[in-house]
Design a protein around this ligand. Sequence first.
Ligand SMILES: NC(=O)c1ccc[n+]([C@@H]2O[C@H](COP(=O)([O-])OP(=O)(O)OC[C@H]3O[C@@H](n4cnc5c(N)ncnc54)[C@H](O)[C@@H]3O)[C@@H](O)[C@H]2O)c1
Length: 294
Amino acid sequence: MERREPAAGRLEGKACVLFGAAGGIGLETARRFLEEGAQVLIGDYNADACRAAQARLEADGFTGRVDAARVDVTQEAEIEALLHRALERFGALDVVFNNAGIVGAIGPIIETEAEHWDATFAVMMRGVFLGVKHAARIMIDRDGGSIINTASIAGVASGILPTAYSAAKAAVVSFTRNAAAELADHRIRVNAVCPGIIFTPLMHQGREAQAEAVMREIQPWPDRGEPRHVANAVLYLASDESAFVTGEAHLVDGGYTANGLLRVHPLPGAKTRPDYAGISYGMTGQPRQVRRLP
Ligand SMILES: NC(=O)c1ccc[n+]([C@@H]2O[C@H](COP(=O)([O-])OP(=O)(O)OC[C@H]3O[C@@H](n4cnc5c(N)ncnc54)[C@H](O)[C@@H]3O)[C@@H](O)[C@H]2O)c1
């Protein structure tokens, strides 16, 4: 019988940078990458969460292949510096995951502050643009690479709140397609992942049971969406298994968008005017600024 070499990890020796990866989907993706042999640099706004993430991964046996540092993806110089830190530490840059996210501006459009709208786009869209820009600058001079941007079902389906969040995620999908076309010549693949309802604190905001009840109403697949479901899809897009896949917006949503309008029940309160407005900075550690509406 023909002897085969034992299969190497799917990301063996690959140098990977993950923005917004100190918790939730990003941290689980870092773990999957490490399990598959990658070297991983986590960048996140929340410095405490960065330290905790690195300590946890090291305790799980990944010492020497994991690094973490605070970064604000709204700051171009910080993104550039983090990517170069990976280059210096690992000697390469093969995969970049642009995953940072906040809830952003919340409340009715007529009550939304323009600065909250801009802050939402700064993290979710501008951060992705800058991540792609500086990753591509490095990858162009090398053998190409794979870039994955986190969008959302909110970017491809209508009727999902908050409005600013959904608009930014739709922009990520559009930008991903254009970037894929522009960078293909350089063998840089650019794809988006579009998670559905994934059980992280950013999604359920501490109201897990309520979120699960909503999920049961609108998602056809019976299981809860977990960070690992998304991490596995990102792993596929990062690895050579997806070598001919670029410009894709890959749904990981338990059939949420396949469900169509016929069986969709409105989210509680979705058709009524919210009685609050402001901005939530998600898991960054920055306080939420919300005011009650009259
Ligand atoms: N959980 C879901 O249901 C769901 C669904 C669709 C899309 N998403 C997207 O998935 C991504 C990860 O979300 P998650 O649910 O794991 O939540 P999360 O809050 O655990 O992860 C987001 C991370 O981004 C970091 N971050 C925020 N602003 C940043 C900044 N300016 N610079 C650097 N880092 C910053 C946060 O500190 C946090 O660690 C986000 O882009 C989110 O919009 C999540």
